[in-house]
Design a protein around this ligand. Structure first.
Ligand code: ARG
Length: 731
């Protein structure tokens, strides 16, 4: 039935299925005036295009910040909600910072944190936020000398020369940073000028029983009752400039724009837009790529992550110190685990792949229609198909080597940081200065290596990961480290026993599993110690092997990149009426749509909004995922909801919209037609977890925390009403 239905559908809908729907797309804000604005107005947007994105004076975009880690990698979105630099983001975005500031005596994860005055706010080391100053389409310059058939290396050379020049001249003489980003896998290029603030302080966070209510069970699911928000304040120098790090002299940042906060609430069908930093999508991925994810990539990652998570969870339940230390790593691994699992499941259960196949049939047909096209495009899909089938074997070997062995545990990763020093020590006489420098740097990292390090947990993880690798990889494909090292040096009665003896030796003798041993080594670094270290020997073999094997793997990936770029270029030639948007790549985007419910399955319709009653319904104080703080229950029983109720007199918690978002958008403001904050986007939904690969109007939703619940928690639950006094509340 299904196949028949599809073929009829395809005939009817050639050129229709893939027209961007009004709610589909993560659009570049500098282009919305030309591409989207008319459509946005029709849906209910009251702002002018200039009020949304302008490089002259202040606009909405000036309130939207990207959260970045120490390395400058963006991971979430935050927004200015007061003229004094107060910034909202999700609780799960602030989670790492909250965990880092927590200890068993000051456990902000469990109890929450509220700064009752500015001087109580807690600086977060290493956390940065950035604001886009302007965006420029530089495709013409970058691609000026590039041709369709040019070799990749020649193309690469031409492009990077132009890009470095553009990046340099764009910010000369300013404190701004600049990056040119590729769109459509190299079909277009955009220059982003931005500024980075390195003094960010925690101002408020609800307890996890609110901020993470529902835990991993409810994660990626609707109906939802999570108060997923936290509050930071951005600081600047007294002269008004961004600073690299905390300084007591810094003053609260004065944003060019802060978002008014609406208490007026939402109705189904209301216009909504979300401004933020979506991380990565693969919307132009072929059906072959989707099958590869469904059958090869995701199942492997899910299995390896699960092995780790089971052990971490048990150890975290047994000790508060371990729980606080591992909470952030656990949450992000568990989040990824559920996403990969759900993505593969939706690729199995929905028609997502069939939809892509339909488009590909159309493409193949189109490509043969004239000789020119045929020359350019007719071989691409067969090539992509073959590349994915070549990728399956190497993928399993590579991921098991990297995720299963090299990144198995905390200390395997610590060891990887010593490789530079190892090669310097091999020629110690000529590397004296470099060795001193490396050892000093590594000494400074001793804290990060060992402060929150629990060898008992780590040892169990390492043992189990090795066993999963050993059992799942056939003997002829298995890493040589077993035969050449482990089984030779650590002779047990069985191979499993040998592995155990090896792991015992690592934890008894290696410098990487003990702070004292590592310190002693760094005080007197010697090549011999490193060469004889069981951990170093083990990883050394694996790294060499991974390097050899990765050649094949990365070369297929490189070829795929080129073929996929050409496929997108072909699609854009074929579908002339369609307005294309580039895949998410951690740059500022806007998505617009409406408040919408959905039908997850036959006979079931989900409402667009949840209320506090749902929290009480889900309450289970014997389960840490569904524990409800007593204070919240008291307020509920007294119906002390203040002015935060909707027209039903009840307190809303979360709501759905059909905006198009992905990871990295977390914490993004969801705004009404006036540009007022109505909530914070924080999740996607289970029924369409393949949303990174294909949009669905019917099944894909964004889950937002209602800003009225956020305000209620701050005011009534935390008694931090002074924070609301800073905001512009629209009643
Ligand atoms: N699914 C959310 C996202 O990817 C993260 C939610 C975090 N919550 C959790 N229970 N792990 O943005």
């Amino acid at each position: 039935m299904k196949v028949k239905f599809l073929s009829v559908m395809l005939i009817l809908s050639l050129g229709f299925v893939f027209q961007a729907k009004s709610d589909e797309g993560m659009w570049l804000p500098n282009k919305i005036k030309q591409l989207n604005y008319a459509d946005m107005q029709k849906l209910g947007c009251k702002l002018t295009a200039e009020e949304i994105y302008s490089i002259n004076g202040s606009s909405l975009k000036d309130a939207i910040f990207q959260l970045q880690n120490e390395e400058g990698q963006g991971f979430c979105t935050g927004e200015m909600v007061s003229p004094q630099g107060l910034m909202f983001t999700n609780h799960h975005c602030g989670y790492e910072a909250i965990a880092k500031l927590s200890s068993t005596t000051n456990d902000y994860l469990t109890h929450g944190f509220w700064a009752m005055k500015k001087s109580d706010e807690l600086p977060v080391e290493g956390m940065k936020v950035s604001r886009v100053v302007r965006i420029e389409d530089v495709s013409e310059q970058v691609l000026a000398d590039v041709t369709f058939d040019m070799s990749e290396s020649e193309r690469e050379k031409k492009i990077s020369a132009v890009i470095s020049k553009l990046e340099k001249t764009a910010v000369e003489g300013t404190h701004y940073n600049c990056k040119v980003k590729e769109m459509f896998k190299g079909g277009e290029y955009y220059l982003f000028v931005f500024e980075v603030f390195g003094d960010v302080r925690l101002a408020g966070a609800p307890p996890s029983a609110i901020g993470k209510f529902g835990g991993d069970t409810d994660n990626w699911m609707w109906p939802r009752h999570t108060g997923d928000f936290s509050i930071f304040r951005v600081y600047m120098s007294p002269e008004g400039n961004p600073t690299d790090a905390y300084s007591p002299d810094n003053v609260p940042y004065k944003p060019l724009h802060h978002l008014p906060v609406s208490m007026k609430g939402i109705q189904p069908g209301d216009f909504t837009m979300i401004f933020g930093y979506p991380g990565e999508t693969d919307r132009y991925l072929s059906s072959f790529g989707m099958e590869y994810k469904r059958d090869v990539f995701n199942p492997i990652v899910v299995k390896l992550l699960n092995t780790k998570l089971v052990i971490m969870k048990r150890h975290m339940a047994e000790s508060d110190a371990v729980r606080i230390a591992l909470s952030d790593t656990y949450a992000s691994l568990a989040n990824g685990w559920k996403l990969f699992d759900g993505e593969a499941l939706t690729l199995k259960k929905t028609d997502a792949i069939a939809q892509k196949q339909g488009l590909e049939d159309e493409f193949a047909d189109w490509a043969t229609k004239n000789d020119d096209r045929s020359e350019k495009y007719s071989k691409i899909l067969p090539q992509i198909k073959e590349m994915y089938s070549n990728l399956a074997g190497p993928t399993k070997e590579m991921i098991y080597l990297s995720l299963g062995l090299l990144q198995a545990s905390e200390h395997t990763m610590t060891t990887l940081e010593f490789y530079g020093l190892k090669s310097q020590l091999a020629d110690a006489k000529n590397n004296k200065d470099a060795i001193t420098k490396s050892t000093e740097e590594l000494k400074e990292k001793l804290g990060t290596f060992f402060d929150k390090y629990y060898p008992v947990t780590d040892k169990e993880i390492m043992m189990d990961m090795i066993m999963v690798y050993y059992n799942d990889i056939d003997a002829d494909k298995r890493s040589g480290v077993f035969e050449n090292y482990i089984f030779k040096t650590f002779k047990g009665k069985t191979q499993q026993e040998s592995i155990k003896l090896f792991v015992d030796a690592v934890f008894a003798k290696s410098i990487f599993t003990s702070r004292e041993r590592m310190e002693a080594f760094l005080n007197k670094p010697s090549a011999k110690v490193l060469d004889n270290d069981p951990m170093m020997k083990y990883l050394g073999e694996i790294i060499m092997e991974a390097q050899m094997k990765s050649g094949m793997y990365t070369s297929v990936l490189g070829k795929l990149e080129v073929a996929e770029r050409k496929f997108i270029a072909g699609l854009r030639e074929m579908e002339t009426a369609r307005v294309f948007y580039p895949d998410a790549n951690s740059t500022l985007r806007l998505t617009y749509g409406t408040v919408q419910s959905y039908k997850p399955r036959d006979a079931v319709k989900y409402s667009h909004i949840t209320y506090i009653d749902g929290i009480i319904e889900k309450m289970d104080n014997t389960n840490d995922e569904f524990t409800v703080p007593k204070k919240l229950v008291d307020l509920y029983e007294k119906k002390d909801f203040g002015p935060y109720v909707d027209e039903t007199g009840n307190l809303p918690v979360a709501f759905l919209s059909d905006n198009d978002i992905t990871g990295g958008n977390s914490g993004s403001p969801i705004l009404n037609g006036e540009g007022h904050l109505i909530g914070l986007a924080f999740d996607g939904n289970w029924e369409w977890l393949c949303s990174n690969l294909l949009f669905s109007t019917e099944l894909q939703r964004t889950i937002n925390v209602d800003v009225r619940y956020v305000l209620w928690v701050i005011d009534k639950y935390a008694g931090a009403g002074h924070l609301l006094d800073e905001m512009t509340l629209i009643k």
